[in-house]
Design a protein around this ligand. Sequence first.
Ligand code: FNR
Length: 181
Amino acid sequence: MNVLAFSGSLRQGSFNSGLVRAAAELAPSGMLIEQADISAIPLYNGDDDGDSKPEAVERLARQVQNADALLFATPEYNYSIPGVLKNAIDWLSRVEGSVFAGKPAAIMGASMGGMGTSRSQYHLRQVLVCLDVPLLNKPEVFVSAAHQKCDDNGDLTDEKARDMIAKQLQALKGWHATLKG
Ligand code: FNR
């Protein structure tokens, strides 16, 4: 089972990229997690949105198409989804063939505040519903006070948070099996 993981942060030392790395380590047997690179995705401009899309968008769209499932690790910016992540999703939604539709997906997130990206995650859920992504409901993964749970590289060291991630990935595996039979 190949899972393509999106981190909503381009920052070196990002806690959310740290969650993706932790997920790759904690994946259950038979699951391989690869991080998507959204850093080269241009800002959406309808003038560039012709029959062919920018190369970085086409490349990422193929990765989404080839993935069995998706994982999103999102920060919270002003109670919502960071622009870089929304921009990447918007571009991908413009590629022929509805690349997101029907892909099982799970959401997690880390922030320094006490809410652990819950508001952002619920905005992301709304966007992914628009794209017909069958989302795993539970368990949810909200990593609050992330600066106390990650080291200087952004790697997740908190055992309770790592356990939550392991449980969510196990559930994603089951969700994929349920949907794909
Ligand atoms: C933030 N941050 C933040 N945190 C939060 O819990 N709720 C919020 O609404 C916001 N808003 C916000 C806006 C902007 C523009 C920035 C840059 C930051 C803090 C944010 O959660 C923190 O910087 C995380 O560390 C970002 O995630 P990464 O980069 O570590 O993955």
